[in-house]
Design a protein around this ligand. Structure first.
Ligand SMILES: [Zn+2]
Length: 240
C-alpha cells in the first residue's frame, strides 16, 4: 500500500468510527432517557412545592384546632362558674351568659375556618399523591429505557471497540510523522484531514484548484497539500 492509499484507508476507518460513535450518542433510547430525566426533574420541583403546600396547610389546620380548643376551654370555665352557684348577682349572671354566647359564636366561626383549611389540606394531599404516582411511573419508564439502551447500545459499543482496534492496527503501520500530521489536521479541520485530487477539485473542500497549482501537484509527490484548505491531498497518477 502506498502512503496515499494508507491515508485514504485510515480516513475511511475514522469516518466509520465517528459515525458509529455519533449513532450511539443519538440512539433514540439515549435521547428518550435524557428527555425523560429532564421531565422527571421538573416534576420533582412541582412535587416539592406540593409537599410544602401540604405541610403548611396541615400546620394551619393544627393551629385552627388549637384555637377551637382554647375557646372551648374558656366556654367550659365560664359555664362552670354559672353552674357552681357561687355567682348570685343577676347582672353578673347575665354578663356571664352573654360572654358564653359570644364565645360559642366565635367557636362556630373558628370551626368553619378549620373545616375550610381541612378541605385545602385534603386537596393538597391528593395532589401530592397524584404527583408521586406520576413520578413512580416515570422512574419505571426510565428503568426500562435503560435496559433497552443497554441491549441496543451494547452491540454498538462492541462494534465501536472493534473499529477502534482496527484503527490502532492501521495507525501502527504509519510513519509517525505522517500520522502526527494526519492527527493534527483531523483536529483542526473538523475531523477530515485528507482530500483527494479529483480532476482539478479537492474532494475535501470542494474547491477548484487553479490550473497552475494543479500542474505543480500533479508533478509532485503522491501526498501533497491542497492550496486552498491546506489539508493533505492525494494525487493519483492519471487514469488510476
Ligand atoms: Zn482542499
Amino acid at each position: 500500500m502506498t502512503e496515499g492509499e494508507m491515508l485514504i484507508a485510515l480516513m475511511e476507518q475514522d469516518r466509520t468510527l465517528d459515525r458509529a460513535i455519533k449513532t450511539l450518542d443519538e440512539l433514540p433510547e439515549k435521547q428518550a432517557i435524557l428527555k425523560l430525566r429532564h421531565r422527571l426533574k421538573e416534576i420533582e420541583g412541582v412535587a416539592d412545592k406540593a409537599r410544602a403546600y401540604l405541610k403548611s396547610a396541615n400546620a394551619m389546620v393544627a393551629r385552627a384546632a388549637d384555637e377551637v380548643a382554647t375557646v372551648q376551654a374558656k366556654i367550659d370555665a365560664e359555664q362552670a362558674k354559672v353552674l357552681s352557684g357561687r355567682v348570685t348577682d343577676p347582672k353578673e349572671l347575665q354578663n356571664l351568659t352573654r360572654e358564653i354566647d359570644s364565645l360559642a359564636r366565635r367557636k362556630d366561626q373558628l370551626e368553619r375556618e378549620e373545616l375550610n383549611l381541612m378541605e385545602k389540606a385534603e386537596a393538597g394531599e391528593a395532589q401530592v399523591a397524584r404527583i408521586e404516582a406520576t413520578l413512580a411511573e416515570g422512574r419505571a419508564r426510565e428503568a426500562s429505557l435503560i435496559e433497552e439502551f443497554k441491549a441496543h447500545g451494547g452491540e454498538m459499543q462492541t462494534e465501536i471497540a472493534r473499529l477502534k482496534a482496527g484503527r490502532e492496527a492501521m495507525a501502527a503501520r504509519f510513519d509517525p510523522r505522517l500520522l502526527a500530521r494526519y492527527e493534527r489536521l483531523r483536529e483542526t479541520k473538523r475531523g477530515v484531514a485528507v482530500g483527494i485530487l479529483q480532476g482539478a477539485l479537492c474532494s475535501a473542500c470542494r474547491t477548484e484548484i487553479p490550473a497552475g497549482q494543479c500542474q505543480v501537484l500533479l508533478a509532485g509527490p503522491e501526498v501533497g497539500e491542497c492550496p486552498n484548505c491546506k489539508r493533505m491531498i492525494i494525487v493519483r497518477p492519471e487514469g488510476s
